[in-house]
Design a protein around this ligand. Structure first.
Ligand code: NAD
Length: 249
């Protein structure tokens, strides 16, 4: 029970890695608030966790809305009494080279992937201060570390998350609030199906990974769990790369 007594808020918790993190956190003793724009899927995850005997509540959360974030944090406080952990996981993929990138899509990607992390962090700080400290885990990507031949706004947004993480870490370390970023390589979720719709491009990407396989959601969830837990109490402002060795080459 590595999160016994902790309360966690996870954005984008209705499916993919966010749902895997919600299930793992609950199995490790956390009470979980999961927020997403996908209501039916979110309520399904909430029900699964409740069936396992743990506590979870779904809230409708559009990460681009400050008022949605404030009510998500309020739900954690009302239902579970405090907030210890925030996982800024919600994100969208976008594929376009610079000349093909529309301003509209640039803004949409930056809003969800970048501003969403800022708003979630801003909304959670005072509750974490009240709790005597906390842990924020921001899901960036290997796309936040290296450039891409195919995507523009996505990499820029994930790079922004990487440095927002470090400013958060520096600004709130004295209050016991840690903040770290996680950088997954290709992980088998719905997003990956959108990125690599055909088998040959997926195979090419897999062949470029030293460990020889695509990542599973649980590969990332276990890293997020570690950073969220007190086992990582001396770790802040750091980057955890979970990519099978892809960016080591
Ligand atoms: P996914 O598409 O399965 O899940 C993303 C979740 O975010 C969905 O539930 C979606 O509804 C939610 N979401 C999207 N816009 C939202 C909004 N405005 N407000 C609230 N929720 C919103 O994808 P995933 O692979 O599980 O991605 C999770 C995170 O991991 C994302 O930030 C993604 O960029 C990042 N990531 C994914 C991969 C990968 O290969 N799958 C690699 C690196 C990083």
């Amino acid at each position: 029970m590595r999160l016994e007594g902790k309360v966690a808020l996870i954005s984008g918790g209705a499916r993919g890695m966010g749902a895997a993190e919600a299930r793992l956190f609950a199995s490790e003793g956390a009470k979980v608030v999961l927020g997403d724009v996908l209501e039916a899927e979110g309520r399904q995850v909430e029900a699964e966790i409740a069936e396992s005997g743990a506590d979870a509540v779904f809230v409708r959360l559009d990460v681009t809305s400050e008022s949605d974030w404030l009510s998500a944090v309020d739900t954690a406080l009302q239902r579970f009494g405090k907030l210890d952990i925030l996982v800024n996981n919600a994100g969208i993929w976008d594929r376009a080279m610079i000349e093909e990138q529309t301003e509209e899509n640039w803004d949409r990607v930056m809003d969800i992937n970048g501003k969403g992390v800022f708003l979630g962090t801003k909304a959670s700080i005072s509750a974490m201060r009240e709790a005597g400290g906390g842990s924020i885990v921001n899901i960036s990507s290997v796309a936040g570390l290296i450039g891409s031949a195919a995507s523009t706004a996505y990499n820029a947004s994930k790079g922004a998350v990487r440095l927002l993480t470090k400013s958060t870490a520096v600004q709130y370390a004295a209050e016991g609030i840690r903040c770290n970023s996680v950088h997954p390589g290709p992980i088998q979720t719905q997003m990956l199906d959108d990125v690599y719709p055909d088998d040959s491009t997926r195979q090419q990407r897999q062949d470029a990974i030293p460990l020889g396989r695509l990542g599973e959601m649980e590969d990332v969830a276990r890293g997020v769990l570690f950073l969220a837990s007190d086992e990582a109490s001396y770790i802040t402002g750091s980057e955890l790369v979970i990519d099978g060795g892809y960016t080591a080459m």
